[in-house]
Write a protein that binds this ligand. Structure first.
Ligand SMILES: Cc1cc2nc3c(=O)[nH]c(=O)nc-3n(C[C@H](O)[C@H](O)[C@H](O)COP(=O)(O)OP(=O)(O)OC[C@H]3O[C@@H](n4cnc5c(N)ncnc54)[C@H](O)[C@@H]3O)c2cc1C
Length: 283
């Protein structure tokens, strides 16, 4: 799975598949069910840590990425399939003069991954835009209103369910509410966000923020104050630029990263009494 994750670590999945549409997804899910294989749907692999031992089931990436805009005067509904790249979609909407997604400039991964984890930054998030999500639940396609996602900061009912019991349903598409704006102004805003992101983001293979920010605190600042900037296990390093990022400096294993995660967790707990929670999903 190192080839399919932005951290570039992780052992093999017993089966890996790329899925192009709903019929293909249905057939694959039913095959996995008959074969008694655990199934995990993924997007761009930018928020995943697959263990070195790999995964004994089926990991399937949903790749459908069509989109359409339905205009209603000064607002519009963007319906984007889950495999669409989040940042590319944000940019395209900006060019067309539809505002709402500027914050997603530079957010790696797919629309599906963003809907799953309520991705957000620079004052915006998916929860603020989602009208509904089209879901494949068992064999049935269902339209879930946004309220059913029970969104909170980097959490959703799907993310909670994945921690408890394996495979959540597949997100097929998202309907997002946008509003008309000036494409030139939007381009300026997105350029500013891109520059800020570039100045803060460590270079190299990462998964973005490793831990969620606890209420009223910055996980990165606490890890930094615990003296762990630059700490290493094997080829994994807590970034000098942003302490909530762990960089694979080349040839790191999942165990190296898990070792650093444990170190940061312990140090922050013993110094500040704060029990940091992972943002990234461990498979
Ligand atoms: C450099 C860098 C910067 C980042 N900056 C940010 C940021 O500013 N804000 C932010 O919120 N995140 C950020 N991230 C994290 C990551 O980009 C987001 O979490 C992103 O939304 C994950 O999308 P993905 O498609 O890669 O999902 P994956 O990593 O493939 O999967 C993440 C989770 O979503 C589930 N999932 C994915 N697609 C589907 C689907 N179609 N149906 C059902 N479940 C699905 C998976 O099972 C998994 O549990 C950053 C990551 C990197 C590497």
């Amino acid at each position: 799975m190192a080839r399919h994750t932005s951290w570039r670590v992780g052992g093999p999945a017993r089966y890996y598949a790329e899925v192009l549409g709903v019929e293909h997804a249905r057939a694959l899910a039913s095959w996995a069910n008959e074969a008694d294989l655990e199934l995990i749907w993924v997007g761009g692999g930018t928020n995943l840590l697959v263990r070195d031992a790999g995964f004994s089931g089926l990991i399937a990436r949903y790749r459908a990425q069509d989109w359409q805009i339905e205009e209603q005067g000064d607002t519009a509904t963007l319906r984007a399939e889950a495999g669409a790249p989040m940042a590319g979609t944000a940019r395209r909407m900006g060019t067309l003069g539809w505002a709402g997604l500027a914050w997603a400039e530079g957010v790696p991964g797919t629309v599906g991954g963003a809907v799953f984890g309520n991705a957000g930054c620079y004052g915006g998030d998916i929860a603020g835009l989602l009208q509904s999500a089209t879901m494949l639940v068992g064999d049935a396609v269902e339209e879930w209103p946004a309220a059913r996602m029970a969104y909170g900061y980097r959490r959703s009912i799907l993310k909670d369910a994945s921690l408890a019991s394996g495979a959540p349903p597949l997100i097929l598409a998202a309907s997002l509410q946008l509003r008309r704006s000036d494409p030139v102004e939007l381009a300026d805003t997105m350029e500013r966000i891109a520059a800020q992101r570039k100045s803060k983001t460590p270079v190299g293979s990462t998964c973005g923020s490793v831990f969620k920010n606890p209420p009223g605190h910055s996980a990165g600042q606490m890890i930094e104050r615990a003296g762990l900037k630059g700490a290493r296990v094997g080829a994994a390093e807590i970034s000098q630029r942003h302490a909530n990022y762990i960089v694979n400096t080349g040839g790191a294993s999942s165990d190296d990263i898990l070792g650093l995660i444990a170190k940061a967790h312990e140090a922050v707990y013993s110094q500040f009494g704060v029990d940091l929670e992972l943002e990234v999903r461990v498979i």
